[in-house]
Write a protein that binds this ligand. Structure first.
Ligand SMILES: C[S@@+](CC[C@H](N)C(=O)[O-])C[C@H]1O[C@@H](n2cnc3c(N)ncnc32)[C@H](O)[C@@H]1O
Length: 251
């Protein structure tokens, strides 16, 4: 999100020129791509699988639907959607980063997820799809990395079909002080050390912790989705609000 008064934005806790952020984010994901899946399991103690499972259940994908897994990375959601929409359906895994797309495509092929999945390198801020195209759009742990989040939400609203649903799964604000303190301790003291030990990359995991703190909280994101034209927007906190699933419709 630009700060509105200048051409600057946040990259974690740093203030950077808005047009530099995408390259900095690209550096992070080129660096973590190969170890992304193992790090997700280790860092979240496997809980990211439950957050994603709940997202899939909330999406309500049915045979024949068109689904966009935006910022889809290594394709955890795509794999599940592919089975749900079946041969008549279509899943597009879109991501700005070719390293993440390559890891995702190789993983899904190994899992036998082929036929109804396509891969597109795209920036969430300017989606290369027609208006009113998808029944469901998900963006999981992607939005906080996007420079212009408002433009991205407008772009998602544009490509959603009338009656379609947008789900934003993202880190958010823990609801209780005790949880906030524990979470800070974990994020700033332990997480970068795990990143160094497992992926030899403390910097990327420092960015992860910082980018989470800079991301809009539950109600701010809800307002941003409404401003982008989404309706009946609500959210569900998971793990005390460490993560929230926001849902909005286009009518
Ligand atoms: C933390 S990963 C999440 C991957 C996957 N959705 C998941 O939940 O495991 C964030 C992804 O967002 C992608 N990304 C960052 N900025 C983006 C943008 N502007 N447009 C599209 N994808 C973007 C990154 O390349 C990365 O693959």
């Amino acid at each position: 999100m630009s700060d509105g008064t200048s051409n600057s934005t946040h990259f974690g806790f740093k203030t950077v020129e808005a047009d530099k952020k995408a390259d900095l984010v690209a550096g992070v994901f080129h660096s973590v791509a190969a170890k992304y899946d193992i790090m997700n399991d280790v860092m979240s103690f496997g809980i990211h699988r439950l957050w994603k499972r709940f997202t899939i259940e909330t999406a309500g994908a049915r045979p024949g639907m068109k689904v966009l897994d935006l910022a889809g990375g290594t394709g955890d959601l795509t794999a599940k959607f592919s089975r749900l929409v079946g041969d008549r359906g279509e899943v597009v895994l879109a991501d700005i980063n070719d390293s993440m797309l390559k890891v995702g495509r190789a993983k899904l092929r190994d899992l036998g997820v082929v036929g109804n999945v396509s891969y597109v390198q795209a920036n969430a801020e300017a989606l290369p799809f027609p208006d009113n195209h998808f029944d469901i759009i998900t963006i999981a742990f992607g939005l906080r990395n996007v420079t212009d989040k408002d433009a991205a939400l407008r772009s998602m609203q544009r490509v959603l079909k009338p009656g379609g649903k947008l789900l934003v799964l993202e880190f958010s604000k823990p609801q209780h002080e005790v949880m906030r303190k524990l979470y800070d301790l974990y994020s700033f003291k332990i997480l970068p050390k795990m990143g160094e030990f497992i992926a030899q990359d403390a910097g990327s995991y420092e960015y992860l912790a910082e980018s989470i703190r800079m991301h809009p909280d539950q109600d701010t994101l809800k307002g941003m989705m409404q401003d982008a034209g989404l309706e009946q927007v609500d959210y569900i906190n998971m793990t005390d609000g460490v993560v929230a699933l926001h849902r909005g419709y286009k009518f």
